[in-house]
Ligand binder design. Structure first.
Ligand code: 3EB
Length: 341
């Protein structure tokens, strides 16, 4: 069973977005290769199909059957690579991936700085200057390196790269940053467009780029969500969302309460989009896809049960085991919402 979202219109009344995601068991992929922007595998990963590059993310998939995440385009895509970056593009979007060995750089900070600088230059050169959504995966996110937590070093390197742009906070994309178990790789993948999306912040939360410095010398460079208005459809790319109100973590060591606070944050975000932009969805059962990162796999059943209630079992959800960037956070949820304009 492939859960396809927003199928191309063939008299069905549904309209295709320029890119869309689906989750399917690794055994079957029904999408023709010329329409695939990215094929993302979690552990245990199946080998890549012939002629198909895939992105392997070193996070265990918690469901009994592992799922693959496929980003596809209704248009035929072209593929290429430049420097560190491999990409696939259509006329409207580009999907890029960088996977480097951290050991080839002086530090995690240096690695992050160089990767982000290269991505920003690449997007300008390719004329897809508007970064919409970024995913960041690297090992030991909560471990210290020379007395500084690695997530904070990542934030410093990212800030160094993005802050060369005048007024850079206005261009920050939606993001997730998750710790993996593998020592080797620093992996970033991203979606960019020809023209900007609309940044969305969450009224329950201080903007991450304005966090006080107790969370690190440079604040995290991302926006809570990015709203992209395509011709006939819109998409809301929701960043990793956790049990943070204001700038503080709530409900330390209480997974059920962290989940409910996270759901309240997601609800607040979609409510805010409706109030300010007069568009979007009302309820979380109208979300198109969710991805949940869980620190301790023993929390999977509880989280899944509750989320099935919240989404009335109508939403495809991918559950992954990963480390959240604050040690006191037990889970994080990201999402995509498609809706008609
Ligand atoms: C937070 O709200 C939780 O550094 O790119 C979520 C999503 C989080 C993205 C990032 C961090 C990032 O601060 C952590």
């Amino acid at each position: 069973m492939t859960i396809s979202l927003f199928k191309p219109s063939r008299g069905s009344g549904l309209i295709a977005a320029p890119l869309n995601v689906s989750y399917s068991p690794v055994a079957d992929t029904e999408i023709p290769v010329q329409n695939i922007l990215a094929s993302i595998e979690y552990q245990p990963a199946a080998p890549a199909a012939a002629g198909q590059e895939q992105i392997d993310v070193a996070l265990p998939c918690l469901s009994a059957v592992p799922y693959r995440e496929t980003w596809s385009s209704p248009e035929v895509v072209t593929a290429g690579s430049e420097g560190m970056i491999s990409y696939r593009q259509s006329s409207r979007v580009i999907f890029g991936v960088v996977k480097v060995r951290e050991s080839e750089f002086a530090s995690l900070q240096d690695c992050t700085h160089r990767v982000y600088t290269e991505i920003l230059q690449f997007l300008t050169r390719k004329d897809y200057p508007s970064l919409l959504r970024v995913w960041n995966y690297f090992s030991d996110i909560n471990a210290d390196s020379d007395g500084v937590e690695r997530y904070k070093l990542f934030c410093v390197g990212r800030h160094q790269a993005v802050s060369v742009i005048p007024d850079f906070e206005r261009y920050l994309p939606a993001a997730s940053a998750i710790g993996t178990g593998t020592q080797e790789f620093f992996l970033v993948y991203f979606v960019a467009a020809r023209s900007p999306g609309v940044q969305i912040e969450n009224p329950r939360q201080i903007s991450a780029f304005h966090y006080p410095d107790q969370y690190g010398p440079k604040s995290p460079s991302f926006t809570r969500a990015m709203l992209k208005n395509w011709e006939q459809v819109s998409q809301l790319y929701i960043s990793g969302t956790a049990s943070i109100v204001g700038h503080q973590t709530l409900h330390r060591d209480k997974v059920r309460l962290q989940l409910d606070e996270t759901v309240a944050n997601l609800q607040s975000l979609i409510g805010h989009v409706r109030a300010v932009h007069q568009c979007g969805i009302e309820r979380l059962d109208q979300v198109s896809a969710l991805k949940v990162y869980i620190r301790h796999p023993e929390h999977y059943a509880l989280i899944q049960d509750r989320l099935e209630e919240v989404t009335a079992e109508k939403v495809p959800v991918l559950y992954l085991q990963g480390d959240i960037c604050r040690q006191d956070l037990l889970l994080e949820i990201e999402g995509l919402v498609n809706f008609r304009r």
